[in-house]
Write a protein that binds this ligand. Sequence first.
Ligand SMILES: Nc1nc2c(c(=O)[nH]1)N[C@H]1C(S)=C(S)[C@@H](COP(=O)(O)O)O[C@H]1N2
Ligand SMILES: [Mo]
Length: 321
Amino acid sequence: MARYRYPRIPESEVTPRELFESRRRLLRGGLALGAAVVAPGLLGSREAQAWQDLLEERLSVDLPSRELADGESLTPRRDITTYNNFYEFGTGKRDPETYGHRLVTDPWSLTIEGEVDKAGTFALEDVLAGQRLEERIYRHRCVEAWSKVIPWVGFPLADLLKRHGPTSRANHVIFESIHDPDNLPGQRRSIIDWPYREALRIYEAMHPLTLLAVGLYGEVMPNQSGAPIRLVVPWKYGFKSIKSIVRIELVEERPITSWQARNPDEYGFYANVNPGADHPRWSQARERRIGESGRRETLMFNGYADEVAHLYAGIDLQQHY
Ligand SMILES: Nc1nc2c(c(=O)[nH]1)N[C@H]1C(S)=C(S)[C@@H](COP(=O)(O)O)O[C@H]1N2
Ligand SMILES: [Mo]
């Protein structure tokens, strides 16, 4: 497959003013490093745009890229950003694109708490400043039997968790999405018990394939795709890959997630992609790749069995789905 190219502004077209501005942004990004812990109340207008500027700066250079979809064609950006599940905006596939602008992403902070040595609330620019970004091309398989191939930009979740020092009791990691019913029309309806909540076992969270994504196609994450920061767990059904994360909590006991609470028979905790374990209402043997006609065979662990099957040795995946 031919490598695609991101659109880049040639150096010759960058005006001196833009160069000046970008150097200023760099300086601001550098200063932000020193102030790791920010009380939510202090995130005022002075910091507005700070994480976006920092991220755009980081995206303007070529990032290391890993192709982990066996050379399958990338799903066009248009399809990735116009066919979405993001129930905070409604249950229609086009709702996230239509109402996505209502998601307020700036400022954004991330709370990390529970069984960690270093808990706190951190401005997103400080979270980003400490991470090496890379591109990862992954398959994405929704439990509804459709799929995409997406070039994410992000960093391993493990890199963030290690910085906060999980304790020996940290067996599970809980993730929570933004709760803002004033701006998110879907949250005024009882689709699930808001906010959206997901969780992983600690060894799933620490697995090198598990990503925190902040962009796709070499650009800042579009709102409908889970801006500014979302989880990507490529061997699990898409509902595990929670969007627009505001809180991460490490705990001992396995928590109840949003989809399990709503329908435990249909949505299990592991939710590993498994063509041999059908959803009660439909087969999981095949899938529709968005932008293609016909159907593809669904792969065990979504094609990542070599990397993750050992995590589930001895677990009956028909019973524990
Ligand atoms: N907060 C939140 N995260 C979410 C969802 C959601 O409705 N809200 N939908 C999930 C589902 S079912 C899928 S398939 C993926 C869809 O990601 P995409 O729209 O970027 O393809 O996001 C997951 N993360
Ligand atoms: Mo999904």
